[in-house]
Design a protein around this ligand. Structure first.
Ligand code: CP
Ligand code: NVA
Length: 310
């Protein structure tokens, strides 16, 4: 049995793989816009396992697999045996004998890793508490579409040091851009995060600020995310209070470079982490960002199953 290639963290691919993936995404997107069939995955099946809510991830993987000529099956842990304690290792054995590709959205990163270790087929991380690589793949592609190469640029992350933030940091080390972080005391960057410490290469790309205005000064992209991620709902009231002063508003965007973009992986809370004037304003590319989940993941699925194509 050959070892399947997985996409569990942004670090699973190198700079060269990303160059290929972004070029391939551009081609796949162009064909989609021209109503040209692109079906390299006829008769292939993707299983999508969801233990947390989703709109974009489900939609983009399901539509994407269909467009590639294959089929997608949605499985919710609540009404499958996974929700009744079937070991993840057993599930991996069974899934990977019936389908060609598996996407999982769950809590701990260890769950996707254990699944992948027992899977014959590629496994994709569709968001864990620790990372959200498919989203940052779409975000970087969106930046490149609007502004060209991201190498040498600076991205400001305002708010919670969450799964999205740590994935941006991994991308920064691989693709060669800087990350400015600003968040309230007690919610800063954890360099020794349980099991997933920030690497020396990632730390070298990072600068932390107390003042979000300073973090945004002159940057090429400002991005943020919800203050309470899925799984942390019990902390919502405390977080709402702690993050006051860290909303991305017009004043913060004005501190950034004149052509700076705004991104948010969505869903967003207007009036909390972002002001309506920013997310609905001219510098926001959030709808392109959401759409690009479709295109990058089609390139990703093709790459994992077929490797590099001419
Ligand atoms: N951004 C993102 O992953 O959205 P969903 O939670 O709707 O899938
Ligand atoms: N950080 C958010 C992202 C949602 C797409 C969460 O994990 O809930």
């Amino acid at each position: 049995m050959t070892q399947a290639r997985h996409y569990l963290q942004f670090t699973d691919f190198d700079r060269d793989d990303y160059a290929y993936l972004f070029a391939r995404t551009a081609l796949i997107k162009r064909k989609f816009k021209n109503y040209e069939l692109h079906q390299p995955l006829v008769d292939r099946t993707l299983a999508m396992i969801f233990e947390k809510h989703s709109t974009r991830t489900r939609l983009s993987f399901e539509a994407g697999m269909h467009q590639l000529g294959g089929a997608a099956i949605y499985i919710n842990t609540r009404d499958s045996q996974l929700g009744r304690g079937e070991p993840i290792e057993d599930a991996a054995q069974v899934f990977s004998r019936m389908v060609d590709l598996v996407m999982i959205r769950t809590y701990g990163q260890d769950i996707v890793e254990r699944f992948a270790a027992h899977s014959r087929v590629p496994v994709i991380n569709g968001l864990t508490n620790e990372f959200h690589p498919c989203q940052v793949l779409a975000d970087v592609f969106t930046f490149i579409e609007h502004r060209g190469d991201i190498a040498g640029r600076t991205v400001a992350w305002i708010g919670d040091a969450n799964n999205m933030f740590y994935t941006w940091l991994q991308a920064a080390a691989i693709l060669g851009f800087r990350v400015h972080f600003a968040g309230p005391p007690g919610y800063g960057v954890a360099m020794q995060r349980d099991g997933y410490p920030v690497s020396a290469a990632e730390a070298a790309q990072l600068r932390s600020f107390d003042d979000p205005r300073q973090a945004c000064a002159g940057v090429d992209l400002v991005t943020t995310d919800v203050w309470t991620s899925m799984g942390y709902e019990a902390e919502n009231a405390a977080r709402l209070q702690a993050f006051q002063g860290f909303m991305v508003d017009g004043a913060l965007m004005d501190a950034a470079a004149p052509d700076a973009l705004f991104m948010h992986c969505l869903p967003a809370h207007r009036g909390e982490e972002v002001a309506a004037e920013v997310i609905d304003g001219p510098r926001s590319v959030v709808w392109d960002e959401a759409e690009n989940r479709l295109h990058v993941q089609k390139a990703l699925m093709e790459f994992l199953l077929l490797g590099r194509l001419a």
